[in-house]
Each structure stands twice: as structure tokens, then as C-alpha cells.
Design a protein around this ligand. Structure first.
Ligand SMILES: [Zn+2]
Length: 243
């Protein structure tokens, strides 16, 4: 027989994904890892996992209500997100945005591109490390941009990129926060030298019309609307209907 913690670790490592407390207990009992007796093994496993996960070096992390998973370092990721970020920054020798760190780490096979949002996971891991680990190698030097503490002078974060649509002025960064980072797309108009950054909506519109045209249209729509006379049904007619 194993402790609940040992059993949870084994079951989660085998599953390679998050599992509910019920599912973990069911699998652990089916494998004979824990006894099906006791008052409520599901409750107990929840208690020990919650307690264990408060320790920063714990292998477990909460993945949702009564849902648990092993941290990356415990799964078969080639490197932990934290270690990958450290190596990438070291190699770069200059501050990088977390999305760029993720891109490079994936390209070099340090982390797997699996999961919906590897970049957000990586940023969360770096944030965890900076919050909890006094020896953390990371320091945040700008919006989503990280450097290494060991660098003598924290170099300036790279200049801010344009963050709003060149056509309509929409800013995904303002609308969606960090998730909106890098959400603008390049658009190059025939006859123009440089590409500009536009939002997804304008990108679609630019398949139908030119940039100049679209800008005019947008400006037109942004003007305060002319006061239209509301069209109302004559009261008499309405009254007549209900009668
Ligand atoms: Zn736009």
C-alpha cells in the first residue's frame, strides 16, 4: 500500500494529464495502490494534495476545482519551463518577451509546444519562481519582458512595438491584456514599401478594399452619428390595433 500522495503521483505521472480527485482514487483503488476503505478516500486525497501543493517545491499543482496535475518538471517535458526560460535568456544575452522565449524554447526542442498556451504557462512559471524563490535568476524589466538578474546592468527593455491597428486604432493589448499581445497581423499593401500592423477585422476588410478607403470609412463611422429622427408608429394606429 502507498500513501495517498505517492499514489497520486504515480497515477498522475501515468495519466500525463490533469485528473479529478474522484478519478485518481478510482484508478488508485483499481490498481491496488490504496485501500478502498476509510471514510472518504476522495476527500482525503483532496486534503493531502492541497496541503502538499502549498509547498513551492511540490510536484503537484491545482488545475481546477478538485483537479490536479503534476508540474511540467514532473512530466516528460524535456526541460522544465523555468529551466528552458533560464537557458534561453542566458543564450540571448538580452531581455526577451515571454512569447519570444517560448518560441525559441520550442524551436530548440527544450519544451513541447503542446497545451493550449505554452507561452502563458511559461510566463506563469517564471512569475511563480520570482514570487517564491529568493534565488530566482529572473527579473521583469518591462511589459512581459524578462532579463536575468546576473546581468550587470539591467539593459533597457526593447522599444515598445506598435500595439494598435493602423487602420482603426483598435488595441488588442488594451482589450485583452497580455493575451492580446502580438495579436495584430502584418498587412502589406500593393505599391507600399512597408508592411503595417492591422487587427483581424481590418485584415478581412482589406481583402475587400484598400487601406486608404478603409481608413476613410473608419473615420467616417467614428464621427458622432447625425441625429436621426426616430421613426415612430403613430399612436392612434397602435391604439387602434390593440382595441
Ligand atoms: Zn483594425
Amino acid at each position: 500500500m502507498m500513501t495517498y500522495l505517492e499514489a497520486a503521483h504515480l497515477i498522475l505521472a501515468e495519466a500525463g494529464s490533469a485528473l479529478s480527485e474522484e478519478e485518481m482514487v478510482a484508478r488508485a483503488i483499481a490498481k491496488g495502490l490504496i485501500k478502498p476503505s476509510g471514510k472518504s478516500p476522495v476527500k482525503s486525497i483532496g486534503v493531502v494534495l492541497r496541503r502538499a501543493s502549498q509547498n513551492p517545491s511540490s510536484a503537484f499543482e491545482n488545475a481546477g476545482p478538485r483537479l490536479w496535475q503534476l508540474k511540467d518538471s514532473e512530466t516528460d517535458q524535456p526541460l522544465s519551463m523555468r529551466e528552458a526560460a533560464h537557458q534561453i535568456l542566458k543564450k540571448a544575452g538580452r531581455p526577451l518577451h515571454y512569447r519570444e522565449i517560448t518560441r525559441r524554447a520550442i524551436r530548440l526542442g527544450m519544451i513541447r509546444p503542446e497545451g493550449r498556451t505554452p507561452a502563458l504557462t511559461l510566463r506563469a512559471r517564471m512569475g511563480d519562481d520570482m514570487n517564491r524563490n529568493p534565488e530566482t535568476p529572473f527579473v521583469r524589466v518591462g511589459d512581459g519582458t524578462y532579463a536575468l538578474k546576473e546581468w550587470p546592468l539591467t539593459p533597457k527593455a526593447p522599444a515598445k512595438k506598435r500595439q494598435d491597428c493602423a487602420c482603426c486604432g483598435f488595441s488588442p493589448r488594451k482589450a485583452y491584456g497580455d493575451l492580446g499581445e502580438d495579436a495584430l497581423v502584418k498587412h502589406k499593401e500593393a505599391g507600399f514599401k512597408d508592411a503595417v500592423l492591422v487587427c483581424g477585422n481590418c485584415q478581412i476588410m482589406l481583402k475587400r478594399t484598400t487601406m486608404a478607403e478603409l481608413k476613410t470609412l473608419v473615420a467616417e463611422f467614428k464621427k458622432p452619428a447625425l441625429k436621426a429622427t426616430p421613426v415612430r408608429k403613430p399612436r392612434a394606429a397602435k391604439a387602434a390595433k390593440t382595441r
